[in-house]
Design a protein around this ligand. Structure first.
Ligand SMILES: [Mn+2]
Length: 341
């Protein structure tokens, strides 16, 4: 049997329903028979109430069954629900429940406040998958249903975890522990492509599959007046290289710092940079430019700020000399300004 494991979808609005559609699209394409959602399908109870009916026709698009084990965000809503559709079962029984599917024991342990997995006596089964939601091997022992390595190590074929929004997988004495991460970008720090785990229970082999879901990288490029055109090119190419790694990546590119514009205006400069990136094979349609924090310096302004820095520096190291040097510097600055203007 092939299983797809996801978690932490954190549905908040109707605009997130397409994430479930993408997961189901991948599941149908891969011949998945069972989808596991290891907690936090909904971000909050209010979201569940609004979205449950909207989801009904979406769940029907999946050919197999879906097993949901509540997480800390949706346990309050899901504690009263036994199913969300005819093929979507909520395993909300505490302290745990066991579903036997295709001779495999699916041990479902919902998130439980003020408890840890070691407080719960889970019997041992031969072929088994543990589905639960909480902090894994964490030093902060008292929060979010802690799961210790010793609670799972060597006891299950596969542990389907949820709670962390980025992917991790670990082997613990023959037990594969996987936290697939949020399948949508729930915050800026959820970096990179989004994944689900696909497990073949005949071999217990697991595959990490990236979802056809857009994600945004937030990159900052610091520009300086001493940058040469080649330096700027290099910085921009470096900040956009993720576009080549994944077809569903978009980049919010924030330009910061200051740059001299003796030849171009700021908008002309951005056009030049787009042309340059395009020529280098970068897909510029997936770049969003943020130029709010870039300062455009004309040469006289650059000269003035340079002189100010120089005066500050001299005041620091040789305060006696400054009275003599300052008039000379400002005179030179005035001359220079007149030359340029
Ligand atoms: Mn959680």
């Amino acid at each position: 049997m092939k299983i797809l494991h996801t978690a932490d979808i954190h549905l908040k609005g109707k605009e997130h329903i397409s994430i479930i559609e993408s997961i189901i699209y991948v599941a149908n394409k891969e011949g998945i028979e069972l989808i596991i959602i290891a907690g936090d399908l909904f971000d909050a109870a209010a979201n569940g109430r609004v979205l449950e009916n909207e989801l009904l026709p979406i769940w029907e698009q999946f050919q197999g069954d879906i097993l949901i084990v509540p997480g800390n965000h949706d346990v309050k809503y899901l504690k009263d629900r036994t199913e969300l559709a005819s093929n979507v079962i909520v395993a909300n029984k505490t302290p745990f429940s066991v579903a036997l599917i295709d001779d495999i024991h699916f041990v479902c342990v919902p998130y439980q406040d003020n408890l840890s997995l070691s407080d719960i006596n889970v019997p041992r089964f031969d072929s088994s998958v543990l589905i639960t939601h909480g902090t894994y091997n964490s030093k902060n022992e008292n929060t979010y249903f802690p799961i210790a390595i010793s609670d799972v190590s060597g006891l299950y074929n596969y542990v389907a975890l949820g709670h962390y929004h980025t992917w991790f997988d670990k082997w613990e004495s023959g037990t594969l522990v996987v936290n697939p991460g949020a399948p949508r970008q729930t915050r800026k720090s959820d970096k990179g492509a989004r994944f689900v785990a696909i497990i073949d229970t005949d071999t217990w082999k697991m595959e990490r599959v990236s979802l056809p879901i857009l994600y945004m990288e937030y990159n900052v490029v610091n520009l300086s007046v001493v940058d040469s055109p080649v330096d700027i090119e290099e910085k921009l190419l470096n900040a956009t290289k993720e576009l080549n790694n994944h077809p569903y990546c978009e980049i919010m590119l924030s330009l910061q710092g200051s740059i001299s514009f003796s030849q171009y205006s700021l908008s002309e400069f951005i056009i030049k940079m787009k042309e340059m990136l395009d020529k280098k094979g970068v897909d510029i349609t997936r770049i969003h430019w943020n130029i709010e924090k870039i300062t455009q310096l004309s040469s006289p302004m650059m000269y003035a700020s340079f002189t100010r820095l120089l005066v500050d520096k001299i005041t620091d190291v040789a305060p006696q000399e400054i009275n003599e040097l300052a008039p000379f510097l400002f005179e030179r600055l005035q001359q220079e300004n007149q030359n340029i203007l």
